[in-house]
Design a protein around this ligand. Structure first.
Ligand code: BGC
Ligand code: BGC
Length: 729
């Protein structure tokens, strides 16, 4: 076979793949031809996003309205969505596929040129609105796995499920950098370190889009540092922090080809992002080169009038937002009001015809790239079985923080398991699971089938261990059982929640659970705490110091129980490492790995630094070598498993840049991670290239103009015990 026929064959195979995206040039041509035929009303329709309940009886989970065709013809929405937990009347995979196919054909039959609406949904850890679905760990846990290839697999699995349900667009991945653990959306981030988050975002986008689902990088930008950790509160961000901290994951996602971006619902430096032309156009498109579709967040143009009061009325707000760069308005409730306001803004000359055309063209190109303009959706309505992947993913996130006397693994004797998390789908899945706020908190009363800790510990106990499980309600009975046990495992953590309802201003474990731990500790028996939480929690010192084991399980998803049982019994280990700095007390909120040196005195030491985690085996990284290459710097280090069992060895590599580029980070900026699965006694040299930009600095005076530079001088690298230097001219 000649090279050319081989290439042709490959191209054909790729094009035939159900998930393949249409190339940009072909999509552009298709979209332009269509744009030329659209009226002003059609265009206003294309740039608005309607809630799917606009087409159902009584605006709720119900069958399509009798006049759904008429409603579609009137609103002509270019895009549709559901809110967290909003579902069709048959909330099953088949029900979703049929319902979304019906919405798709509404568009084909009732819009002037047969243009279907693109349906988008929040699939942030699997197809989380479908009770039957397998849910993966939330992003923060995946951040702890330090394994972008795994994140990619999870994204691909999610995307295939989405396609099966007739969905080609997800509002994921979150590309926000989690800089304040009090924030209710901290668990939706991959962690605090910009470049490590960037690698995860790249993987998530690549995985989703490889299966034909458009990714949305959200929420552009600066959403990860709301004041006091209160969701959507104003963030104060310097130009330097904007570039060095908040933009890298978006840049990575854009390079990976993300087809859409969602704007930050909050404000930055006192300017609501939905009205910031600087951020939404100059930075997003100018600096980062984004060419895709920019969608608003929920109701956020209305909020310019009602919440922020920066604009007098909806027409002014619409004009400001569209001119700032918003292409599509996610307007769940008052679509007519927005469409009228936008029409008025166009007619008053506040929004130019060219700008409306540009936004419309982006919507049409987006649909063309997804193949939505070509053929009706034909998803199978059948979800794949992802339990094995979900278990593998959960296992990869588990992080062991304390094991002072080697209580873990559990080897023999009587184990008592208790705590509100011992058998709780709600706590294990967290927010954005079945309902917006999580299992048990919304319209969908379903408790999905989940592997939880107590049943998994019982079902898989090795010979020599007997397990009993007791809820924490009947305290006297529980404590009597604890006195008879050899070890107590207490599954504690946070109730599920989403967005502002999940803010945890004091990083607390609920008081009742602190009391539970104290009561258990008072029996004198070893107590191992398993934390199901979306953030670092600050345990009171008297509790923390007396625990015989602390396991951070994050929000591990459907297979969390099975994965935890494997780890606690020592069938597997604890590969997870913290993707954030764990504060010792509340006063340390804001302490991050990349914090610059203190102007006076010593920087405080966190309870656990980023990259921290214990395992049943021990490891070391040595012999760090750095070589300059055309792409950047190649790092290699010898990773050794120095213990007695197979384990995943992960080290975070950091660089301290020369001071000439502005203040360097005291402990070095995390730039990448090196990882290997090693047998006992094994050593392997692992290499990775750190692109030049990860060494760069955004320089400039506090309020003066700035820019990227790779200043000359000495760059100091560390990875575990390895140290190396490189001098750049
Ligand atoms: C929806 C969520 C949405 C939120 C916005 C809820 O009612 O279900 O999906 O994110 O409102 O405030
Ligand atoms: C959230 C977004 C989400 C949207 C739709 C908003 O409230 O901020 O992350 O994609 O609702 O549910």
């Amino acid at each position: 076979m000649t090279r050319r026929t081989l290439t042709a064959l490959l191209t054909l195979t790729l094009a035939a793949h159900a998930g393949a995206l249409t190339g940009p040039a072909a999509a552009d041509a298709q979209a332009r031809a269509l744009l030329a035929r659209l009226s002003l009303e059609d265009k206003i329709g294309q740039v608005s996003m309607a809630h799917m309940f606009r087409f159902t009886e009584g605006d709720r989970s119900a069958p399509l309205r009798a006049d759904a065709a008429g409603v579609f013809g009137r609103l002509r929405p270019g895009t549709l969505l559901n809110g967290g937990g909003d579902a069709p009347p048959q909330n099953t995979p088949r029900g979703w596929a049929d319902f979304l196919a019906a919405l798709d054909s509404l568009g084909r039959a009732n819009s002037p040129h047969g243009v279907p609406a693109a349906f988008g949904t929040d699939a942030v850890h699997g197809v989380n609105n479908v009770p039957a679905a397998t849910l993966f760990p939330h992003n923060l846990g995946l951040g702890a796995a330090f394994n972008p290839a795994l994140t990619r697999e999870v994204a691909q699995a999610t995307a295939r499920d989405l396609r099966a349900l007739n969905t080609a667009w997800t509002f994921a991945p979150v590309a926000d950098v989690g800089r304040d653990p009090r924030w209710g959306r901290y668990y939706e981030t991959f962690g605090e370190a910009p470049w490590l988050v960037a690698d995860q975002v790249d993987a998530a986008v690549t995985g989703l889009q490889a299966e034909g689902v458009a990714a949305t990088l959200k929420h552009f930008t600066g959403y990860g540092l709301p004041s006091l950790g209160m969701d959507r509160a104003n963030a104060e961000i310097s130009a330097r922090a904007l570039h060095e901290v908040f933009l890298p994951p978006f840049q990575a996602g854009i390079r990976a080809g993300a087809l859409s971006v969602m704007a930050n619902s909050g404000s930055v430096n006192g300017v609501p992002v939905h009205a910031s032309r600087t951020l939404l156009t100059d930075v997003l498109r100018g600096e980062l080169g984004f060419q895709g579709l920019l969608v608003s967040d929920w109701n956020d143009i209305d909020r310019l009038v009602g919440t922020y009061r920066t604009h007098a009325d909806l027409m002014q707000a619409a004009a400001a937002s569209v001119n700032a760069g918003i292409d599509v308005y996610m307007v769940p409730n008052t679509l007519e009001a927005y469409q009228a306001a936008l029409r008025d803004a166009v007619q008053a000359g506040l929004v130019s015809a060219a700008r409306l055309d540009e936004a419309t063209l982006r919507v049409l190109t987006f649909k063309a790239r997804l193949g939505l303009l070509d053929a009706p959706l034909r998803g199978s309505g059948v979800l794949e079985d992802h339990r094995a992947l979900a278990r593998r993913a959960a296992a990869a996130t588990l992080t062991l923080l304390e094991n002072p006397a080697g209580t873990l693994p559990l080897r023999t004797g009587r184990v008592l398991v208790t705590g509100p998390g011992m058998d709780s789908a709600a706590m294990q899945l967290g927010g954005w699971s079945v309902n917006w706020q999580g299992v048990g908190k919304g319209n969908v009363p379903v408790v999905p089938r989940v592997s939880t800790l107590a049943p998994a510990l019982k079902a898989t106990a090795p010979a020599g261990i007997t397990v009993s499980a007791l809820p924490d309600g009947k305290r006297a009975q529980l404590l009597a059982a604890a006195r008879q046990a050899d070890v107590v495992v207490a599954a504690v953590g946070e109730a599920p929640g989403a967005e502002w309802m999940a803010n945890n201003p004091a990083l607390t474990l609920p008081e009742a659970q602190v009391t539970l731990l104290r009561d258990l500790l008072a029996t004198g028996k070893p107590v191992v705490a398993v934390l199901l939480a979306g953030r670092p929690l600050v345990l009171p010192a008297d509790v923390h110091s007396r625990l015989s084991g602390v396991v951070m399980a994050f929000l591990p998803g459907t297979e969390g129980g099975a994965a935890l049982a494997d780890a606690l019994y020592g069938r597997t280990g604890f590969p997870g490492r913290l993707p954030f700095t764990w504060p010792d007390t509340l006063t340390q909120v804001g302490l991050t790995a990349d914090r610059p040196p203190e102007g006076a005195g010593e920087a405080p030491l966190p309870l656990y630094p980023l990259g921290y985690g214990l395992d049943y085996t021990t490891s070391v990284a040595r012999d760090l070598a750095v070589t300059l290459t055309p792409e950047g710097v190649q790092l290699s280090a010898a990773l050794s498993n120095t213990g007695e069992r197979t384990g995943t060895v992960t080290v975070v590599a950091r660089v301290t840049r020369p001071a000439s580029g502005g203040l360097a980070e005291a402990a070095g900026r995390p730039v990448t991670a090196l990882q290997a699965v090693l047998k006992a006694g094994e050593t392997r040299t692992v290499s990775v290239t750190v692109p030049r930009e990860r060494l760069s600095s955004w320089v400039g005076d506090a309020f003066g103009p700035g820019g990227w530079q790779l200043p000359g001088g000495v760059y100091r690298f560390t990875a575990g015990d390895g140290r190396a230097e490189l001098t750049l001219p």
